[in-house]
Design a protein around this ligand. Structure first.
Ligand code: DC
Length: 220
Protein backbone atom coordinates (compact mmCIF):
# COMPACT_ATOMS: atom_id res chain seq x y z
CA UNK A 1 0.00 0.00 0.00
CA UNK A 2 1.17 3.49 -0.82
CA UNK A 3 2.37 5.49 2.21
CA UNK A 4 0.28 8.46 3.41
CA UNK A 5 -2.28 7.74 0.73
CA UNK A 6 -5.40 9.75 -0.11
CA UNK A 7 -8.47 7.51 0.07
CA UNK A 8 -11.83 8.84 -1.10
CA UNK A 9 -15.31 7.50 -0.41
CA UNK A 10 -18.23 9.05 -2.25
CA UNK A 11 -21.85 8.03 -2.38
CA UNK A 12 -25.46 8.96 -1.70
CA UNK A 13 -27.08 9.66 1.69
CA UNK A 14 -27.30 6.74 4.08
CA UNK A 15 -24.85 4.51 2.21
CA UNK A 16 -22.70 4.24 5.36
CA UNK A 17 -19.82 6.49 4.28
CA UNK A 18 -19.35 8.11 7.68
CA UNK A 19 -19.16 4.91 9.72
CA UNK A 20 -16.97 3.15 7.18
CA UNK A 21 -14.57 6.09 6.72
CA UNK A 22 -14.22 6.41 10.50
CA UNK A 23 -13.29 2.75 10.96
CA UNK A 24 -10.96 2.59 7.95
CA UNK A 25 -9.11 5.75 9.03
CA UNK A 26 -8.73 4.45 12.58
CA UNK A 27 -7.35 1.13 11.36
CA UNK A 28 -4.81 2.89 9.14
CA UNK A 29 -3.92 5.59 11.67
CA UNK A 30 -5.12 8.20 9.16
CA UNK A 31 -7.09 11.39 9.62
CA UNK A 32 -10.74 11.32 8.66
CA UNK A 33 -12.35 14.19 6.79
CA UNK A 34 -16.14 14.32 6.80
CA UNK A 35 -16.89 16.92 4.13
CA UNK A 36 -20.65 16.56 4.63
CA UNK A 37 -20.12 17.86 8.16
CA UNK A 38 -18.69 21.07 6.68
CA UNK A 39 -21.81 21.65 4.57
CA UNK A 40 -23.96 20.81 7.57
CA UNK A 41 -22.02 23.26 9.75
CA UNK A 42 -22.70 26.05 7.25
CA UNK A 43 -26.34 24.98 7.15
CA UNK A 44 -26.47 25.18 10.96
CA UNK A 45 -25.03 28.70 10.95
CA UNK A 46 -27.39 29.84 8.19
CA UNK A 47 -30.43 28.64 10.18
CA UNK A 48 -29.09 30.20 13.33
CA UNK A 49 -28.48 33.55 11.69
CA UNK A 50 -31.76 33.27 9.77
CA UNK A 51 -30.06 33.55 6.41
CA UNK A 52 -32.39 32.52 3.61
CA UNK A 53 -30.68 29.71 1.67
CA UNK A 54 -31.85 31.36 -1.54
CA UNK A 55 -30.09 34.63 -0.62
CA UNK A 56 -26.88 33.57 -2.35
CA UNK A 57 -24.86 36.74 -1.84
CA UNK A 58 -25.52 36.72 1.91
CA UNK A 59 -24.71 33.05 2.09
CA UNK A 60 -21.44 33.42 0.19
CA UNK A 61 -20.37 36.32 2.41
CA UNK A 62 -21.19 34.32 5.52
CA UNK A 63 -19.18 31.28 4.33
CA UNK A 64 -16.17 33.47 3.50
CA UNK A 65 -16.27 34.87 7.03
CA UNK A 66 -16.67 31.53 8.76
CA UNK A 67 -13.92 29.39 10.18
CA UNK A 68 -14.54 25.66 9.90
CA UNK A 69 -12.17 23.13 11.42
CA UNK A 70 -12.31 19.36 11.72
CA UNK A 71 -10.19 18.01 14.53
CA UNK A 72 -9.39 14.34 14.98
CA UNK A 73 -9.39 13.59 18.68
CA UNK A 74 -8.83 10.07 20.04
CA UNK A 75 -10.38 8.45 16.97
CA UNK A 76 -13.33 10.86 16.98
CA UNK A 77 -13.85 13.81 14.67
CA UNK A 78 -15.01 17.08 16.15
CA UNK A 79 -16.43 19.88 14.03
CA UNK A 80 -15.60 23.45 15.05
CA UNK A 81 -17.39 26.48 13.68
CA UNK A 82 -15.79 29.81 14.53
CA UNK A 83 -13.96 28.06 17.35
CA UNK A 84 -17.07 26.43 18.83
CA UNK A 85 -17.56 22.66 18.93
CA UNK A 86 -20.88 21.97 17.15
CA UNK A 87 -20.35 18.25 16.44
CA UNK A 88 -23.49 17.17 18.26
CA UNK A 89 -25.73 19.76 16.64
CA UNK A 90 -25.44 18.99 12.96
CA UNK A 91 -26.92 15.54 12.43
CA UNK A 92 -30.65 16.25 11.94
CA UNK A 93 -32.79 15.98 8.80
CA UNK A 94 -33.42 19.69 8.50
CA UNK A 95 -29.71 20.54 8.46
CA UNK A 96 -29.01 17.78 5.92
CA UNK A 97 -31.61 19.26 3.60
CA UNK A 98 -30.20 22.77 4.12
CA UNK A 99 -26.67 21.46 3.45
CA UNK A 100 -27.81 19.90 0.18
CA UNK A 101 -29.45 23.18 -0.90
CA UNK A 102 -26.48 25.43 -0.13
CA UNK A 103 -24.12 22.86 -1.69
CA UNK A 104 -25.54 23.87 -5.08
CA UNK A 105 -23.86 27.30 -4.80
CA UNK A 106 -20.45 27.20 -6.62
CA UNK A 107 -18.80 29.84 -4.39
CA UNK A 108 -19.78 27.92 -1.24
CA UNK A 109 -18.24 24.75 -2.66
CA UNK A 110 -15.11 26.64 -3.73
CA UNK A 111 -14.57 27.93 -0.20
CA UNK A 112 -15.05 24.52 1.44
CA UNK A 113 -12.93 22.78 -1.19
CA UNK A 114 -9.99 25.04 -0.30
CA UNK A 115 -10.18 23.83 3.31
CA UNK A 116 -10.58 20.19 2.24
CA UNK A 117 -7.55 20.33 -0.07
CA UNK A 118 -5.44 22.05 2.57
CA UNK A 119 -6.35 19.37 5.11
CA UNK A 120 -5.43 16.63 2.67
CA UNK A 121 -2.26 18.16 1.28
CA UNK A 122 0.13 15.78 3.01
CA UNK A 123 -1.97 12.63 2.52
CA UNK A 124 -2.70 10.03 5.16
CA UNK A 125 -6.43 10.72 4.97
CA UNK A 126 -9.76 9.11 4.35
CA UNK A 127 -12.12 11.71 2.88
CA UNK A 128 -15.80 11.15 2.29
CA UNK A 129 -18.50 13.14 0.54
CA UNK A 130 -20.12 13.51 -2.87
CA UNK A 131 -17.45 15.03 -5.14
CA UNK A 132 -14.23 13.91 -3.49
CA UNK A 133 -12.91 11.42 -6.05
CA UNK A 134 -14.26 13.45 -8.97
CA UNK A 135 -13.45 17.08 -8.06
CA UNK A 136 -11.68 17.62 -4.73
CA UNK A 137 -9.02 14.90 -5.03
CA UNK A 138 -9.23 13.67 -8.64
CA UNK A 139 -5.75 12.15 -8.35
CA UNK A 140 -6.47 10.26 -5.12
CA UNK A 141 -4.63 6.97 -4.63
CA UNK A 142 -7.71 4.87 -3.90
CA UNK A 143 -11.29 5.75 -4.75
CA UNK A 144 -14.47 4.05 -3.60
CA UNK A 145 -18.12 4.69 -4.36
CA UNK A 146 -20.33 3.31 -1.62
CA UNK A 147 -23.96 2.60 -2.44
CA UNK A 148 -26.95 0.63 -1.13
CA UNK A 149 -30.62 0.27 -2.13
CA UNK A 150 -32.86 3.21 -1.26
CA UNK A 151 -34.87 1.06 1.19
CA UNK A 152 -31.73 0.01 3.03
CA UNK A 153 -30.35 3.56 3.12
CA UNK A 154 -33.62 4.93 4.50
CA UNK A 155 -33.60 2.24 7.17
CA UNK A 156 -30.01 3.06 8.16
CA UNK A 157 -30.83 6.75 8.49
CA UNK A 158 -33.97 5.90 10.45
CA UNK A 159 -31.93 3.87 12.94
CA UNK A 160 -29.22 6.52 13.15
CA UNK A 161 -31.69 9.31 13.89
CA UNK A 162 -33.56 7.17 16.42
CA UNK A 163 -30.36 6.63 18.41
CA UNK A 164 -29.90 10.41 18.42
CA UNK A 165 -33.43 10.92 19.71
CA UNK A 166 -34.94 12.28 16.49
CA UNK A 167 -38.09 10.34 15.65
CA UNK A 168 -39.34 10.07 12.09
CA UNK A 169 -41.50 8.01 9.75
CA UNK A 170 -39.56 5.62 7.58
CA UNK A 171 -41.57 6.48 4.45
CA UNK A 172 -41.06 10.19 5.04
CA UNK A 173 -37.33 9.66 5.50
CA UNK A 174 -37.13 7.68 2.28
CA UNK A 175 -38.84 10.54 0.45
CA UNK A 176 -36.42 13.08 1.95
CA UNK A 177 -33.41 10.97 0.95
CA UNK A 178 -34.73 10.56 -2.60
CA UNK A 179 -35.17 14.29 -2.99
CA UNK A 180 -31.74 15.07 -1.48
CA UNK A 181 -30.07 12.49 -3.74
CA UNK A 182 -31.80 13.95 -6.77
CA UNK A 183 -30.58 17.45 -5.92
CA UNK A 184 -27.03 16.21 -5.18
CA UNK A 185 -26.92 14.25 -8.45
CA UNK A 186 -28.34 16.88 -10.77
CA UNK A 187 -26.78 20.14 -9.53
CA UNK A 188 -24.73 22.11 -12.04
CA UNK A 189 -21.49 22.04 -10.07
CA UNK A 190 -19.68 18.96 -8.74
CA UNK A 191 -22.71 16.63 -8.82
CA UNK A 192 -22.59 13.25 -7.14
CA UNK A 193 -21.38 10.71 -9.67
CA UNK A 194 -19.12 7.69 -9.85
CA UNK A 195 -15.51 8.57 -10.71
CA UNK A 196 -14.41 6.42 -13.67
CA UNK A 197 -11.58 4.94 -11.61
CA UNK A 198 -13.62 4.32 -8.45
CA UNK A 199 -14.39 0.87 -7.08
CA UNK A 200 -18.16 0.61 -6.59
CA UNK A 201 -19.39 -1.20 -3.47
CA UNK A 202 -23.05 -2.14 -3.14
CA UNK A 203 -23.34 -2.52 0.61
CA UNK A 204 -27.06 -3.42 0.68
CA UNK A 205 -26.41 -6.91 1.97
CA UNK A 206 -23.05 -6.27 3.59
CA UNK A 207 -22.20 -5.63 7.22
CA UNK A 208 -19.97 -2.69 8.18
CA UNK A 209 -17.21 -5.17 8.95
CA UNK A 210 -17.46 -6.70 5.49
CA UNK A 211 -17.27 -3.30 3.79
CA UNK A 212 -14.27 -2.28 5.89
CA UNK A 213 -12.49 -5.57 5.11
CA UNK A 214 -13.24 -5.18 1.42
CA UNK A 215 -11.71 -1.67 1.36
CA UNK A 216 -8.63 -2.65 3.38
CA UNK A 217 -8.02 -5.63 1.10
CA UNK A 218 -8.24 -3.45 -2.02
CA UNK A 219 -5.69 -0.99 -0.76
CA UNK A 220 -3.18 -3.30 0.88
O1 DC B 1 -22.77 13.40 3.74
P1 DC B 1 -23.86 14.28 4.39
O2 DC B 1 -25.20 13.61 4.38
O3 DC B 1 -23.46 14.74 5.73
O4 DC B 1 -23.96 15.57 3.44
C1 DC B 1 -24.96 16.55 3.59
C2 DC B 1 -25.13 17.29 2.28
O5 DC B 1 -23.96 18.07 2.01
C3 DC B 1 -25.33 16.43 1.04
O6 DC B 1 -26.70 16.10 0.82
C4 DC B 1 -24.77 17.28 -0.07
C5 DC B 1 -23.71 18.11 0.59
N1 DC B 1 -22.35 17.62 0.32
C6 DC B 1 -21.79 17.96 -0.89
O7 DC B 1 -22.42 18.59 -1.71
N2 DC B 1 -20.50 17.61 -1.16
C7 DC B 1 -19.78 16.91 -0.29
N3 DC B 1 -18.53 16.57 -0.61
C8 DC B 1 -20.35 16.52 0.94
C9 DC B 1 -21.65 16.87 1.22
Amino acid sequence: MKKRAVITIDGPAGAGKTSIAKIVSRKLGYNYIDTGAMYRAISWKAFREKIDLKAKEKLIKMVRNTKIELKNRAGMVRVYLDGKDITNKIRGKRLAEGASILATVPEVREQLMKIQRRMGSSGGIVVEGRDIGTVVFPRADYKFYLDASIKERALRKYRELKVKGEEGQLAELEKAIRSRDKRDRTRGVAPLKIAPDAVVIDSTDMSKKEVVEFILKRIQ
